[in-house]
Design a protein around this ligand. Sequence first.
Ligand code: CA
Length: 229
Amino acid sequence: MTQRILIVEDERAIRDMISFALRRASMEPVPCEDALAAQHAIGEALPDLILLDWMLPGMSGLEYARRLKREELTKEIPVIMLTARGEEDDRVIGLDTGVDDYVVKPFSTRELIARIKAVMRRANPGADGQVVKQGDLVLDTGAHRAFAKGDTVTLGPTEYRLLSFFMTHPERVYSRGQLLDQVWGSNVYVEERTVDVHIRRLRKSLEPHSAAHYVQTVRGAGYRFSTLD
Ligand code: CA
């Protein structure tokens, strides 16, 4: 699967340069000009790694790194800070915050790509191989794929995350608000009916595999994943 890399950087030239280098390294760049834009992008799909500029307008890179490392949804995502020369003290604070590495500007894109690969190797030593089974469904968390009786279930990124959450938390009812917090993250401001839209899409993806009934509506309460009849 293509690695999705969030670039949070207000300087367009740097954003473009990094995007270009990532694409050439067969990674998917998601350019964002500030923390707010990054939060929106995270709401769309979780990135595999975040490149975070130290000096950002609005919420600073440090503040945002702290926030990412506090949130259940994002705390495992590796963060590489992009700092300017002479910010040594800041870097120490950054590493305290839980950021995984830092790269000093100006950097070569070659160096940056090497750092990204090293951090991802460190962050996901056992990323492949974790398999969750529920009823006829099998979730391969390393490959980010789901299977039904051996056939691939075609899922969008949000539907994958939703199914992944359900399969690891079966037989329990979750309200729309709880699902938003767990699957989208509590920093993301989306309406509760968004949950219904993605539940519908998830059921549609499961339908050809006769597994749509696993995703159950609990009237007045929310949704439950159940393989029991
Ligand atoms: Ca900047």
